[in-house]
Design a protein around this ligand. Structure first.
Ligand SMILES: CC(C)(COP(=O)(O)OP(=O)(O)OC[C@H]1O[C@@H](n2cnc3c(N)ncnc32)[C@H](O)[C@@H]1OP(=O)(O)O)[C@@H](O)C(=O)NCCC(=O)NCCS
Length: 181
């Protein structure tokens, strides 16, 4: 039987875990590039936990074992930042468009289908389920073959290069429509 995947809201007691995960080489490569100190994690994620930030954060569990992290937000809440990074996303921001970011923190669990299952289930339960988004977009680095493969398997299709210049010029814009919309 396949292990059960579930999501629980991130809490302050997860910061040590996040500190370990965000400094794993396979996460650093595609997430923050520099890693993160414990204090940086605290200042970034505390407002998200207390509801002072529009980003909703979850730990991915596999049979109650913490295995990774997934977050979601409305694109319209970050319109100024996104306009600079990825103008194509701004066009899509009007009609209940969400975005998500994900990592599997434990390196021994990579490439066993968990990332794909987590993204598919998160779309169904949270993004299209609870949030009732019309669509979801992601912007993986065009060299991040594993993430692009996962998003394709989870139902995203490639739209375009995310940004003509600047920080997102090497990123793809991928989108997935809510099947119910
Ligand atoms: C992206 C990530 C979540 C995928 O998780 P995962 O559990 O390993 O994903 P899956 O096992 O479901 O699928 C991985 C797929 O990528 C493929 N893959 C892995 N490395 C690859 C590479 N270097 N080149 C091409 N394909 C690759 C695997 O073969 C698999 O595809 P397949 O099922 O067709 O064989 C994980 O690699 C991760 O946490 N990466 C670091 C953070 C990150 O990049 N997040 C996304 C930011 S946009």
């Amino acid at each position: 039987m396949q292990p059960r995947i579930s999501f629980r809201p991130l809490r302050e007691s997860d910061f040590n875990l996040m500190h370990r995960w965000l400094n794993m080489p396979h996460v650093i490569e595609w997430w923050d590039k520099t890693g993160a100190s414990f204090n940086e994690i605290r200042s970034k994620y505390l407002p998200r936990i207390s509801g002072d930030s529009p980003v909703s954060c979850f730990v991915i569990e596999m049979d109650n074992r913490d295995i990774g992290y997934i977050q979601t937000y409305w694109v319209s809440d970050f319109i100024k930042e996104i306009a600079q990074l990825c103008p194509q996303m701004v066009e899509q921001a009007a009609s209940l468009v969400a975005s998500l970011d994900v990592f599997i923190g434990e390196p021994d669990l990579l490439n066993s289908g968990l990332g794909t299952r987590a993204v598919r289930q998160f779309l169904n339960q949270v993004v299209f389920g609870k949030m009732k988004a019309n669509s979801c977009i992601v912007t993986p680095d065009s060299s991040n073959s594993a993430a692009i493969r996962v998003y394709k398997k989870a139902g995203f299709s490639l739209e375009a290069c995310a940004g003509p210049s600047g920080a997102f010029r090497h990123h793809y814009l991928m989108s997935c429509l809510n099947p119910a919309s």
